[in-house]
Design a protein around this ligand. Structure first.
Ligand SMILES: Nc1nc2c(ncn2[C@@H]2O[C@H](COP(=O)(O)OP(=O)(O)O)[C@@H](O)[C@H]2O)c(=O)[nH]1
Ligand SMILES: [Mg+2]
Length: 385
């Protein structure tokens, strides 16, 4: 029997080797988002005469922010990390940005947009209302935009989105419309041109890739992402805004998380297959075990309705890696690591036919994605530099 110290050294050596190989393996498997292509930094919209615009350049806060950060890093000297407090994001131009990831959503998108536009007009005025506001450093209170990010769709998602914009810009007599939650919607105002912007990713990235991409180009004081099927009740948006305001710190940072946790056991959730509910519970258990405390305490991390105040964005968007369904967890973990407060808000939610989630395959991908994500951040494969 070798002496204890020899055993301990051998054990230490094995652990070090394991971490080393894990590190190497993680470098190979951990996702690295591809940089946006030229055409993906552009958008299409509908012009006042109803024609589709030429490709227009998207405003991009993150490019400016990254360039300023590079300069600050060079000033700070080698090896020094420059993090956002010294690096504020450029000011908002309007109150609310809505990012809609859409993958082959030609059927479901219209109903969601009807409800979103109806609510945005009522709650935040015409899309350009903020333009008249005094820009004296005060926060924007009005105006909105919708960024539809077609995630390499192979159907007519882009055309349908633009068709919706055209009809709502030009129609003189509002025709009653409906969405998953409401019927008989009429829009007394026409939506101003340019308020709906359509971005087309050249190749499919996954929901996380599409949402993150959209968030690089938002102009809003608040940013929400919402699913293209209108499953979340859009009129609950103000609940998120009000809840977010209650937790914002002195820099204005806060995240409000739409939640379906109160619906567990109700018809909406019971209507899902037993398998989907079983996998949902297993995923929650895994999350609780694998994520840091504030993220682990969130009861519903996967709801596609989350709101961020603008000063929060530089702490999250530049450091995102997840392209698929697990991206919400990465966003929450990044917020937690930057000490940003998060609040869960109960919202209305409806199962909408036509989900493209493959229950078994996507659940396995999510569990794997979560393990890789957590390990990559813990072992320094991913870092904030
Ligand atoms: N399935 C799928 N959805 C995507 C993708 N990229 C973006 N999405 C959007 O993610 C949102 C949620 O998708 P959905 O199929 O309704 O999933 P579920 O509500 O979780 O069952 C929708 O807005 C999709 O269009 C993708 O690559 N695959
Ligand atoms: Mg859905």
């Amino acid at each position: 029997m070798p002496p204890t110290w020899v055993l301990l050294v051998a054990l230490g050596f094995c652990c070090a080797a394991l971490v080393f190989w894990l590190y190497i393996a993680l470098n190979l498997v951990a996702p690295v988002p591809r940089p946006p292509r030229r055409s993906e930094k552009q958008y299409a919209t509908i012009l006042p005469d109803g024609k589709r615009s030429e490709a227009k350049e998207l405003p991009c806060w993150i490019d400016k922010w990254s360039a300023e950060k590079e300069v600050a890093k060079q000033r700070a000297g080698p090896g020094r990390v420059v993090l956002p407090p010294q690096m504020p994001i450029e000011e908002a131009e309007l109150f609310m940005s809505v990012v809609v990831p859409a993958y082959n959503e030609e059927e479901r998108l219209r109903g969601m947009l009807e409800e979103a536009v109806d609510y945005l007009l009522k709650a935040y005025g015409g899309a350009h209302d903020s333009e008249g506001e005094e820009d004296n450093g005060k926060k924007r209170q009005k105006g909105w935009e919708i960024l539809i990010v077609s995630d390499g769709s192979t159907d007519a998602t882009v055309d349908k989105a633009l068709e919706f914009a055209r009809e709502h810009q030009l129609s003189q007599h509002s025709v009653p419309a409906s969405g998953p939650w409401e019927s008989g919607l009429t829009h007394p105002e026409h939506i101003p041109h340019g308020s709906i912007r359509v971005i087309a990713l050249e190749e499919n990235r996954g929901k996380g890739g599409a949402v993150t991409h959209g968030m690089r180009h938002v102009r809003g004081q608040y940013v929400v992402f919402a699913d293209a099927d209108g499953a979340s009740r859009f009129t609950d948006l103000n609940k998120l805004v009000e809840a977010c305001k209650t937790i914002e710190d002195k820099e204005g940072r806060g995240v409000a998380i739409g939640s379906r946790a109160h619906l567990v056991g109700s018809e909406a959730v019971v209507k899902r297959s037993k398998l989907r509910n079983f996998l949902m519970h297993s995923f929650h258990l895994l999350l609780r075990l694998m994520t840091p405390p504030a993220t682990a305490a969130i009861k519903d991390t996967q709801c596609g309705f989350k709101l961020f105040s603008r000063p929060t964005l530089p702490y999250i968007v530049p450091y995102m890696h997840s392209e698929g369904w697990i991206f919400d967890v990465e966003m929450l973990m990044l917020a937690e690591s930057a000490d940003i407060a998060m609040i869960e808000v109960a919202i209305g939610w409806k199962e909408v036919m036509g989900s493209k989630l493959n229950v078994i395959w996507d659940s396995m991908a999510m569990a794997w994605g979560l393990a890789v994500l957590r390990a990559a951040w813990m072992l320094g494969v991913y870092k904030k530099d």
